[in-house]
Design a protein around this ligand. Structure first.
Ligand code: 1HN
Length: 374
């Protein structure tokens, strides 16, 4: 894991910008080591690159492989107090084996057997679920049962009690996203268990949160204050799908709305602010028409993409992968990303840590345009 304390080790080297090695310099460096000090002149190249050089790598995880291992876990590993979740995290190959998809984001496949419960707890980490296939689980958020179905995007903002119940006779798997690494590095994690018994085994099609909040453009007059996280517990696929379809139809009719030709996108938003769904996480759905290639793009902050439907290619920097339904791609900060849909077209879910950088005024974007090559 990431918590080992490493002592300072310094070496005098004969290199441009470095002081000439000598026994006296070595002696000075031993003095720095004893006092746990590091001079800037040995580190400046890593600390001050001319543009971001993240430790995280781009990487693809295949949904078919994750699902096979999650199914096997479900045979061998019970869900209950202590472990709390049968969630298996993506470990970015650049991050030393930590269960982090990127330096700020956790992504995992979670799996529940038929009739199985994951216990109620709460934590300061913000969380969401995205459902690439299946149904039958209700996630209970502050006592409100929320149905999970393919294409739905569901929120568990920080410090909301939540547990999951599979109320069906079939197993179900989904994607979990959380800001666990960010909260871990910044020492801001709190955790508390909830009641051991499931409060509400009812299986409503719509949660109370949706009945109050999920009517387009309509806000309950009693709820006037802005909230740090969206009160909409579930963003349903039928709405997301219609929004994407109509963006593309409007483009066909000569009207504005798409990101670029053949590329529609929507951002899940907090109706009380118009901003992102949670303070640390941005989430979007993208639809590419058959054979559409996005403009190459780089931005500060890291992201994870999951193919929801169709197939295509994802290019990150020099690397390129063919991807299909469920596959997940980690995109490090400032890596150049291009997505190309196959002849079947492609829908992709994306989540990122962008709100952190926007609120710090540290967000930058570069987009390929004519006359703006790499
Ligand atoms: C958690 O509460 C969930 O609620 C998923 O489904 C993954 C990883 C670490 C800590 C808490 C969930 C988690 C988690």
């Amino acid at each position: 894991m990431t918590s080992t304390l490493s002592p300072v080790t310094l070496k005098a080297v004969d290199a441009p910008g470095q002081p000439t090695p000598s026994p006296q310099l070595e002696e000075l460096y031993r003095g720095f080591e004893r006092e746990l000090l590091v001079p800037l002149w040995t580190e400046i190249g890593d600390l001050m690159p001319s543009s971001p050089r993240p430790a995280a790598a781009s990487h693809v995880w295949r949904w078919a492989n994750l699902l096979g291992l999650a199914e096997r876990s479900a045979e061998l590993v019970p869900v209950g107090r202590g472990g709390e979740r049968r969630a298996i995290a993506l470990a970015n190959p650049g991050l030393g084996g930590a269960p982090y998809a990127t330096p700020t984001l956790w992504a995992a496949i979670q799996y529940l057997n038929p009739r199985e419960d994951a216990p109620v707890h709460r934590h300061t980490q913000h969380a969401f679920r995205f459902v690439v296939e299946g149904e039958g689980v209700w996630t209970e958020v502050n006592g409100d049962p929320v149905a999970m179905r393919r294409g739905d995007f569901l929120l568990t903002p920080g410090w909301h009690f939540h547990g999951h119940h599979n109320q069906s006779d079939r197993p179900m798997a989904w994607l979990d996203g959380l800001d666990i690494p960010f909260v871990h590095y910044t020492g801001s994690a709190f955790f508390e268990m909830g009641p051991d018994r499931v409060a509400d085994r009812s299986t409503p099609a719509r949660s109370r949160a949706e009945r109050l909040w999920a009517h387009p453009g309509l806000r309950p007059v009693s709820q006037a204050d802005p909230r740090p996280s969206s009160p909409i517990a579930a963003y349903r696929w039928e709405h997301t799908d219609a929004a994407l379809r109509e963006q593309l139809e409007l483009a066909d009719e000569g009207h504005a709305g798409v990101v670029e030709p053949g590329h529609a996108a929507v951002r899940f938003s907090n109706p009380t602010t118009g901003g992102d769904v949670m303070p640390t996480i941005r989430a979007e759905m993208h639809r590419l028409r058959p054979a559409t290639r996005t403009a190459a793009r780089r931005e500060v902050g890291s992201a994870v993409w999951q193919v929801f439907d169709g197939a295509g290619m994802v290019r990150v920097g020099e690397r390129e992968w063919a991807v299909t339904r469920g596959d997940l791609v980690a995109v490090p900060s400032w890596a150049t990303l291009t997505v190309v849909a196959s002849d079947a077209g492609m829908d992709l879910f994306r989540f990122s840590d962008t709100p952190i950088f926007e609120s710090l005024h540290a967000h930058r974007v570069w987009v390929e345009t004519e006359g703006n090559p790499e």
